[in-house]
Design a protein around this ligand. Structure first.
Ligand code: SF4
Ligand code: SF4
Length: 277
């Protein structure tokens, strides 16, 4: 009898709490925008963070709130942007510029000098912590492949010359390699871009020459050669102004260290000019 009373009392209490919880859940329920679920459904589900939000659901919420554009998913590209625009009742994105990762350093094993031999953890961030890394150029690629390890799409590998190589067909432009690189060597550029300054060194010319055969020495010959005033020197480093550049290639010809390059050996005025920014 005692047991029966206890069971009934506990059962009653359980039912009471259950009802109270159900009522509270109903009263304090947060209405969720139904578009969020729809956007999550069309996003690729990579959860790569390339959009700058914590996963696909974070981005979906931001888009639904109007805090992020419908074209924010670099992995989904134009097709996903169009679907999200439809969900949001917006005009489809007119011009979607596909971006890919590029390596802005030419200081490979043959070109860049070493200050010391490093045998610690094979990771660029770890190597950087040891006296700014083994390379004489403290701006150059460290070559331990932290960018490669960070790529969730198998779009990078380390080349035999000690510099990373991007497979642009696989690159989604998620930017994980950009975040992983302690030297800021990886940049995202429009895939059509062809002219690049492959150096990040802000050191003085004489110091660059001692450290690397293909570094920017800040001589300004490219600036003088450019008919469009499309190159400026900032902190001893050439920077191309994309809005002025018509990709004539004169800077590529004039650069004495060949740190300005035309991709794929192509040389067309129609090609887009971009800078290692
Ligand atoms: S190469 Fe970089 S940007 Fe491209 S998919 Fe890999 S991590 Fe993302
Ligand atoms: S690009 Fe950056 S992360 Fe990649 S190997 Fe070079 S230093 Fe390391």
């Amino acid at each position: 009898m005692v047991y029966l009373k206890a069971i009934l009392a506990l059962g009653g209490l359980g039912a009471l709490f259950g009802v109270a919880l159900a009522l509270a859940a109903k009263k304090f329920a947060v209405e969720q925008d139904p578009r969020i679920e729809k956007i999550i459904e069309v996003l690729p589900g990579a959860n790569c963070g390339g959009c700058g939000y914590p996963g696909c659901s974070g981005l979906a919420e931001a888009i639904a709130k109007g805090l992020a554009p419908t074209s924010s998913c670099p992995v989904g590209g134009a097709a996903v942007a169009a679907k999200i625009s439809a969900i949001m009742g917006q005009e489809p994105v007119k011009e979607y510029v596909r971006k890919v990762a590029r390596v802005m350093c030419g200081g490979d094993r043959a070109n860049a000098s070493l200050r010391f031999l490093y045998s610690g953890i094979q990771d660029c961030r770890a190597a950087e912590l040891v006296s700014n890394g083994p390379k004489a150029c403290v701006y150059g690629c460290l070559g331990f492949g932290s960018c490669v390890a960070a790529c969730p799409f198998d779009a990078m590998k380390m080349g035999e010359n000690g510099l990373p190589v991007v497979d642009e067909a696989k690159c989604t432009g998620c930017g994980r390699c950009v975040i992983a690189c302690p030297r800021h060597i990886m940049v995202l550029l429009p895939e059509k871009s062809r002219v690049e300054v492959r150096c990040k060194s802000e050191a003085r010319g004489a110091d660059v020459r001692k450290a690397c055969k293909v570094g920017c020495i800040g001589c300004g010959l490219c600036v003088k050669a450019c008919p469009n005033s499309a190159i400026v020197l900032e902190n001893n480093l050439a920077r191309i102004l994309p809005e002025k550049c018509d990709a004539c290639g004169l800077c590529v010809e004039k650069c004495p260290t060949k740190c300005i390059v035309m991709r794929d050996g192509e040389n067309s005025r129609a090609m887009e000019c971009v800078v290692a920014s």
